[in-house]
Design a protein around this ligand. Structure first.
Ligand code: ATP
Ligand code: MG
Length: 844
C-alpha cells in the first residue's frame, strides 16, 4: 500500500510521502512542492495545478480556483451565493441542488460538481505522488479544516473516490500538524505525568484554525479547537484589492470590477504586495502595465497603512484563541508552546497578536506550508501495516455537539438526546437501546446551529427498519450503534434487534437489563472497533475506548449512567441485524459517484491523448527550427545547394502550416509531417554523423592493425614472450593483418575521392565490423598464455623478471569495444576478462 498525505488547501496543495528515510514532501513536475488548487478547462483538455494557474488571466472564465469551501453546500447556500459575486467563473445549480461549476470544456458548456473538480485536483496530486514513489498510489490520508461539517467531509471523501484514491482518514488540519509536531519529540512527559499542552494556530488562505493539544510520551489528545472560517490570507488580499480598486477609480477613472481579467491581475499583484509587506515596512510599489484600456497603473502602500486597513480582520485573531483556552479550561501559564503554521501566519501583525495573547514568543519549529501534509503522511504510515512507525496514539475531538431526535413511542411528540457533546473523543462509537414495536427513524443534527459555519444543522435521517414486536407482543429491544468515525463523520453504523428466547432455544447468551427497564431507551458507549476503510489497518485512535452507559427513558430524557451489572440473570437471546436506510444531507448517490469516476477516467484519457498530440506537434516545430539552423551551420557541407534550397523551402512551408492549417490537427498528421521532413533531412544528418565518426573508426582499425603487426614482427624475430605461439596460426594473423590493411587503404582512398554531399564510400559500421573481425581472428591466437615453467626453488627468490599473472597492457591490443568510440560491437567478455587479469604476459 502507498503511504501518502495530501493537504488540499484553498490556495495550495502539498503531497508528502513516507519513504525508508522518513517523511518527504514531494515536488511536482515544475519542481515545486506547492501545487496550486486550480483547474483550467480548455477546448481539448484540462490543466491542473501550476499549468492551470498560468491560465488564470488568459482563460479566466474557465479557470477555477477557490472552490474548496463549496464542498457539501447547496447552490442556494448563503456562503455560495455571497462568494459567487467575487468569482470570475460561473457557478450553477446541480440537478440535486448542490453547487456546480459552469465552464466551457471541449467546446461545450459543462457543469461539474464540486466533487468532480476536487477529484481533478486530487488526480494531479495522485500523479505527483506516483511519480515520486514510482508506483501506483491509492491509499492516502487527506486533510480538511477542523470546522468542516459532515456534508463537507463526505463530499471530500466522494471526491477522493472519484479520483481513485482510498482515503484512510480525513484528518483535521490542526490534528495533522500536532502529529507532525509530537511524533518526533523525544522529551514528552511520561504517560502518568502532567501532559504538555501546546497550542497550534493555522492561518491559511481561507480559514483560521486553533487547537490545543495535550502531549504525553506516545500519545496526543486534542483538548479543544476553535476557528474563524471567514478569516484567511484571501481576506487580507480582498482589503488590498478594494483599496486599489477605489484608488484606480479616482486616479484613472477605471471600474476594475467590471473587467474580470483586470480584477484577476489585481488580485495577483495585491497578494504579491501583501507578502512583500511581511518582510518590509517601507513604502512598496504596485505597478501593472496595460492594466485596463491600455492604461498602466501604479500605486504604493506600506505595512503600517495596511495594518490600519486590516484592523477589522486583525481583531478577529483573538476570539478563537480565547475560545480554546476556555473550552480546555487552561490558563496561559499551562501552555508550553504556541506553534504557528499556514502561509498567512507570516503576516507580522497576526503573529504579534497571537504572541501578545499568550504572552510568549511563538514557535515556528514546523514547516509552515508543509506541516499538514507531513502530518497526514505520518498518519497514513501509522495506519499502514507495511510501515514501522513509533507507537503514537491520536485522540481527536468532536467539534460540534451532535444530538439525535426521534418520535417518542410512548407519548406523542419528539424526544432528543445529545449523543456526542463538544470535544468528546473521536473516533468513537456508542450504543443506544430502544424498545420499539415498529420501524422508527432517528434524526441526527448539530444542536448548536449558532456556532456552525454552515446553514443547515441537519446531519441526516436514519430509518431503522424491520422492527417487530416480541412474540409476546411486548416492545422489542433494539440496539443502535452510532459513531463518529475516523473521518469525523457521524453515522448510525448498525442496528440489531435482540430477541429473547425460551430456554434451550437460544443461540447466544446475553446480559439483559434489570427488570423494570423494559420500557426505556438506553445509551452506552462502546469501543469503536470499526477500522479505517482499508481492511486490516491499524488505527490508534480506534484502539482507545471508554465504557460508560447512559439510559434514556422513552420520552428521551436522560436518566442515569450506569455500568453493566455482572449480577444480572442470564437469559438466552438472539440478535438480528436490522437494515438502516440513510438519508444524508447532500450525499451523492453511489450511482453518481460511479458515473463521475467513469467520467474522470475518460477525461484523464483525453488529457493523455491531447498531451501526445501536443508532443507530436512540438516535435515538428522543434525539427523545423533545428534543421533551419543546422542547414546553414554544421550540415551545410553535406548537402548540395539545390537540395538545401528544396529542404529549406519545405521547412518554411511547414512553419507557415503550423501557424495556419497545421495549428490544430490530429496527432497522426504531425507524425506524418515529421516523417516527410525527415526523409529529406535524415540523409544529410547521416552524412554529417558519418563524417564525424569515420576518422575515429579508421583510427581504431589502424591501431589494431599496427598492434597485431608488431606482434607478428616480434614473433618473427623470435622474441621470448611469443615463442610459444603456433607458427601456422601466426601466419593466419599475418594474412589477416595484411588483408585488413589493404581493405582500409582502399576504403580511405575511395572516401577521399567522394564528395561530402554524396553517400560515403564506406560506412562507420563497416569499419567497426572490420575491426571486430580482425580482433576476433587474431586476439585468441596472440593472447594464448605461455605454458607455466616450473622455477627451481632456490631461483625463486632472485627472480625479478615478469611472471605469469603480471599485468602489462602496453603491447596488447585492447578489445575493439573498449577502444572504438561509439562502437556498437557486443563485448566479448572472455577476452576482456583475460586482458584485465593479465594472463597476457608480454613484457617490453
Ligand atoms: P486553507 O488552509 O485556508 O485551505 P491554504 O492551505 O491553501 O488555505 P496556505 O498555503 O497555508 O493556505 O496559505 C496561503 C496564504 O498565505 C495566502 O493567502 C498567501 O498569500 C499567504 N502568504 C504566504 N506567504 C505569505 C507572506 N510571506 N506574508 C503574508 N501572507 C503570506
Ligand atoms: Mg491549509
Amino acid at each position: 500500500m502507498s503511504v501518502v498525505g495530501i493537504d488540499v488547501g484553498f490556495q495550495s496543495c502539498y503531497v508528502a510521502v513516507a519513504r525508508a528515510g522518513g517523511i518527504e514532501t514531494v515536488a511536482n513536475e515544475y519542481s515545486d512542492r506547492s501545487t496550486p488548487a486550480c483547474v483550467s478547462f480548455g477546448p481539448r483538455n484540462r490543466s491542473v495545478g501550476a499549468a492551470a494557474k498560468g491560465q488564470v488571466v488568459t482563460n479566466c472564465k474557465n479557470t477555477v480556483q477557490g472552490f474548496k469551501r463549496f464542498h457539501g453546500r447547496a447552490f442556494l447556500d448563503p456562503y455560495v451565493q455571497s462568494a459567487k459575486s467575487s468569482l470570475v467563473y460561473d457557478l450553477a445549480q446541480m440537478p440535486s441542488g448542490m453547487t456546480g461549476i459552469k465552464v466551457m470544456y471541449m467546446e461545450e458548456e459543462k457543469v461539474f460538481s464540486i466533487e468532480q473538480v476536487t477529484a481533478m485536483l486530487l488526480t494531479k496530486l495522485k500523479e505527483t505522488a506516483e511519480t515520486a514513489m514510482k508506483k501506483p498510489v491509492a491509499d492516502c490520508v487527506i486533510s480538511v479544516p477542523s470546522f468542516y461539517t459532515d456534508a463537507e467531509r463526505r463530499s471530500v471523501i466522494d471526491a477522493a473516490q472519484i479520483a481513485g484514491l482510498n482515503c484512510l482518514r480525513l484528518m483535521n488540519d490542526t490534528t495533522a500538524v500536532t502529529l507532525a509536531y509530537g511524533i518526533y519529540k523525544q522529551d514528552l512527559p511520561a504517560p502518568e505525568e502532567k501532559p504538555r499542552n501546546v497550542v497550534f494556530v493555522d492561518l491559511g488562505h481561507s480559514g483560521y484554525q486553533v487547537s490545543v493539544c495535550a502531549f504525553n510520551k506516545g500519545k496526543l489528545k486534542m483538548l479543544a479547537s476553535a476557528f474563524d472560517a471567514e478569516l484567511g490570507g484571501k481576506d487580507f488580499d480582498e482589503v488590498l484589492v478594494n483599496h486599489f480598486c477605489e484608488e484606480f477609480r479616482k486616479k484613472y477613472k477605471l471600474d476594475v470590477k467590471t473587467k474580470p481579467r483586470a480584477l484577476v491581475r489585481l488580485y495577483q499583484e495585491c497578494e504579491k504586495l501583501k507578502k512583500l509587506m511581511s518582510a518590509n515596512s517601507s513604502d512598496l510599489p504596485l505597478n501593472i502595465e496595460c492594466f485596463m484600456n491600455d492604461i498602466d497603473v501604479t500605486g504604493k502602500l506600506n505595512r503600517g497603512h495596511f495594518e490600519e486597513m486590516c484592523a477589522g480582520l486583525l481583531a478577529k485573531v483573538e476570539a478563537p484563541l480565547h475560545s480554546v483556552m476556555e473550552q480546555a479550561k487552561l490558563k496561559k501559564e499551562d501552555i508550553y508552546a504556541v506553534e504557528i503554521v499556514g502561509g498567512a501566519s507570516r503576516i507580522p501583525a497576526v503573529k504579534e497578536r497571537v504572541s501578545k495573547f499568550f504572552g510568549k514568543e511563538l514557535s515556528t519549529t514546523l514547516n509552515a506550508d508543509e506541516a499538514v501534509a507531513r502530518g497526514c503522511a505520518l498518519q497514513c504510515a501509522i495506519l499502514s501495516p507495511a510501515f514501522k512507525v513509533r507507537e503514537f496514539s491520536i485522540t481527536d475531538v468532536v467539534h460540534y455537539p451532535i444530538s439525535l431526535k426521534w418520535n417518542s413511542a410512548a407519548e406523542e411528540g419528539l424526544s432528543d438526546c445529545e449523543v456526542f457533546p463538544r470535544n468528546h473523543a473521536a473516533p468513537f462509537s456508542k450504543v443506544l437501546t430502544f424498545y420499539r414495536r415498529e420501524p422508527f427513524s432517528l434524526e441526527a443534527y448539530y444542536n448548536n446551529p449558532k456556532e456552525l459555519p454552515y446553514p443547515d444543522p441537519t446531519i441526516g435521517q436514519f430509518m431503522v427498519q424491520k422492527v417487530v414486536p416480541q412474540a409476546n407482543g411486548e416492545s422489542s429491544k433494539v440496539k443502535v450503534k452510532v459513531r463518529v468515525n475516523v473521518h469525523g463523520v457521524f453515522s448510525v453504523s448498525s442496528a440489531s434487534l435482540v430477541e429473547l428466547l425460551k430456554p434451550n432455544e437460544g443461540e447466544e447468551p446475553m446480559e439483559t437489563d434489570p427488570a423494570g427497564k423494559e420500557e426505556e431507551s438506553k445509551m452506552q458507549t462502546e469501543q469503536d472497533d470499526q477500522k479505517a476503510k482499508g481492511d486490516g489497518h491499524k488505527d490508534d485512535a480506534d484502539k482507545k475506548s471508554e465504557t460508560e452507559e447512559m439510559e434514556t427513558s422513552e420520552d428521551g430524557k436522560q436518566e442515569k449512567n450506569h455500568a453493566p451489572s455482572a449480577k444480572k440473570p442470564k437469559v438466552k437471546t438472539k440478535t438480528v441485524e436490522l437494515p438502516i436506510e440513510n438519508s444524508l444531507r447532500w450525499q451523492l448517490t453511489n450511482d453518481l459517484v460511479n458515473l463521475f469516476m467513469e467520467n474522470e477516467g475518460k477525461m484523464i484519457m483525453q488529457d493523455k491523448l491531447e498531451k501526445e498530440r501536443n508532443d507530436a506537434k512540438n516535435n515538428v516545430e522543434e525539427y523545423v527550427y533545428e534543421m533551419r539552423d543546422k542547414l546553414h551551420g554544421v550540415l551545410e557541407k553535406f548537402v548540395s545547394e539545390s537540395d538545401r534550397d528544396t529542404f529549406a523551402l519545405r521547412l518554411e512551408d511547414t512553419e507557415n502550416w503550423l501557424y495556419d492549417d497545421g495549428e490544430d490537427q490530429q496527432k497522426q498528421v504531425y507524425i506524418d509531417k515529421l516523417a516527410e521532413l525527415k526523409k529529406l533531412g535524415q540523409p544529410i544528418q547521416e552524412r554529417y554523423i558519418e563524417a564525424e565518426e569515420r576518422p575515429k573508426a579508421f583510427d581504431e582499425l589502424g591501431r589494431h592493425i599496427q598492434q597485431y603487426m608488431k606482434i607478428v614482427e616480434a614473433y618473427k624475430t623470435k622474441e621470448e614472450q611469443y615463442e610459444h605461439l603456433d607458427e601456422l596460426e601466426m601466419l593466419k594473423v599475418d594474412k589477416q593483418v595484411n588483408d585488413a590493411m589493404i581493405w582500409m587503404n582502399s576504403k580511405m582512398n575511395a572516401q577521399s575521392k567522394q564528395n561530402l554531399t554524396q553517400e560515403p564510400a564506406v560506412k562507420v559500421q563497416e569499419i567497426q565490423a572490420k575491426t571486430k573481425e580482425l580482433y576476433s581472428a587474431c586476439n585468441p591466437i596472440v593472447s594464448k598464455p605461455k605454458p607455466k615453467v616450473e622455477i627451481p626453488k632456490d631461483e625463486k627468490e632472485e627472480q625479478n623478471g615478469p611472471i605469469n599473472g603480471q599485468e602489462d597492457t602496453d603491447a596488447q591490443p585492447g578489445s575493439p569495444e573498449k577502444g572504438a568510440a561509439g562502437s556498437t560491437v557486443a563485448p566479448e567478455s572472455e577476452h576482456v576478462e583475460r586482458i584485465l587479469h593479465g594472463t597476457w604476459s608480454g613484457t617490453h
